[in-house]
Design a protein around this ligand. Structure first.
Ligand SMILES: C[S@@+](CC[C@H](N)C(=O)[O-])C[C@H]1O[C@@H](n2cnc3c(N)ncnc32)[C@H](O)[C@@H]1O
Length: 213
């Protein structure tokens, strides 16, 4: 993902033990949602997050719940030329205007004390406080966004992840939003971000590079 987690530390990852809680399960999931992943309609906070971090980012689990988005669809990638062939991807369910907001990336909000080193779904929410949103085991449609590299028809990303601060009480706070890029995205087109060079470098064994590209 574009801004991988909080920077890695030498601490062993803490196992997430809350993933099976039935209270996290909403009544409705989007079509093609994988049954083994918990569908979230609100952020899920790690119990080990310090109170100061929660206050500073106004993190809250009492946000008004979001429903499955009508702007996007999850689909299995059927094109064998696509580098994520056989996996899932996120597609525009209708034409999405340039620079419009699509959805918040939901997941397990954690810091270095509760880091899943193996996750490919961990986005950095606050670099200074080392807080990330990890959608490896629980999340929403945002976790299905693929990287544009190698995707047929793509020379650049058509959507971006950017933090946003939502005002107001319990529903407010810092969130990671998914936004349309500088051009409209037509109905049926896949939504692809740039995970950043660091994401791919790490996976090719060239070492750690957590810079945002
Ligand atoms: C955040 S997930 C994206 C959703 C994923 N396709 C799924 O079905 O859950 C990130 C993973 O998707 C795959 N992926 C996404 N974009 C890719 C690309 N451009 N080339 C190869 N693999 C990609 C990789 O396996 C990567 O670890």
């Amino acid at each position: 993902m574009p801004t991988k987690g909080p920077p890695r530390t030498l601490k062993p990852p803490t196992k997430i033990t809350t993933a099976s809680s039935s209270s996290l399960k909403p009544s409705k999931t989007p079509s093609n949602w994988p049954p083994e992943i918990i569908y979230l309609t609100r952020p899920h906070l790690s119990k080990s997050l310090p109170a100061e971090t929660i206050t500073s980012l106004s993190l809250s689990t009492t946000n008004p719940p979001s429903a499955p988005s009508t702007l996007v669809k999850i689909r299995k990638i059927a094109d064998p030329a696509h580098p994520a062939f056989g996996q899932l991807g996120l597609f525009a369910a209708k034409t999405l205007p340039a620079r419009s907001f699509i959805l918040d990336y939901l997941g397990y909000v954690h810091d270095d004390n509760d880091l899943d080193e193996l996750s490919d779904y961990d986005l950095c929410l606050d670099r200074e406080l080392r807080v990330g949103v990890d959608a490896h085991r629980m999340g929403n449609e945002g976790r299905m966004v693929n990287d544009y590299r190698g995707v047929p028809g793509f020379v650049r990303a058509n959507v971006v992840f950017e933090t946003r601060r939502v005002r107001g009480g319990d529903g407010g706070g810092v969130r990671m939003g998914l936004w349309v890029g500088s051009r409209d995205v037509k109905k049926g087109i896949e939504l692809c971000v740039s995970y950043g060079k660091g994401f791919w470098k790490e996976r090719s064994g060239e070492g750690e590079d957590l810079s945002i590209n």
